[in-house]
Write a new protein. Structure first.
Length: 134
């Protein structure tokens, strides 16, 4: 199926609350969550709902219970290993406007390995959204 709006970027991703400052490397960007809960905002700038795939590379230094909530309901639940792992939400329906996703992790904080100060829990690297249908 055709994209919702050809030639534009109708859905944008931005970090909400609970993150470190943004870090950069030549071909990637990331932030660390500071607390057990951090938010990501997906903005659908069209006038219609769209279905998207939202994916990012997650990293933790400890095993953690992990879930993603949208409007207070759990839409993803998994166990994160002490490693890097791709997290993908498929067929996520976004109404027009902003949708806030809460990323919730269990466990003790740790220290980052990239110069980020303070305590961290979950690294979100290269978040991206792809429209999969109306």
């Amino acid at each position: 199926s055709a994209p919702a709006v050809a030639g534009t970027v109708p859905v944008l991703v931005r970090y909400g609350e609970g993150w470190s400052r943004q870090m950069w490397w030549p071909d990637t960007t990331w932030r660390w969550s500071r607390a057990e809960r951090a938010t990501v905002i997906l903005r659908n700038s069209t006038a219609q709902p769209v279905r998207v795939e939202f994916a990012f590379l997650a990293q933790s230094f400890h095993e953690r219970e992990f879930r993603i909530e949208a409007d207070g309901r759990t839409i993803h639940r998994s166990r994160l290993p002490a490693a890097r792992r791709i997290i993908t939400l498929e067929n996520l329906e976004l109404p027009p406007g902003e949708t806030t996703l809460a990323l919730v992790v269990s466990g003790e904080p740790s220290k980052a390995d990239d110069g980020t100060s303070g305590e961290v829990r979950l690294k979100m690297e290269k978040p991206r959204v792809r429209i999969v249908g109306p």
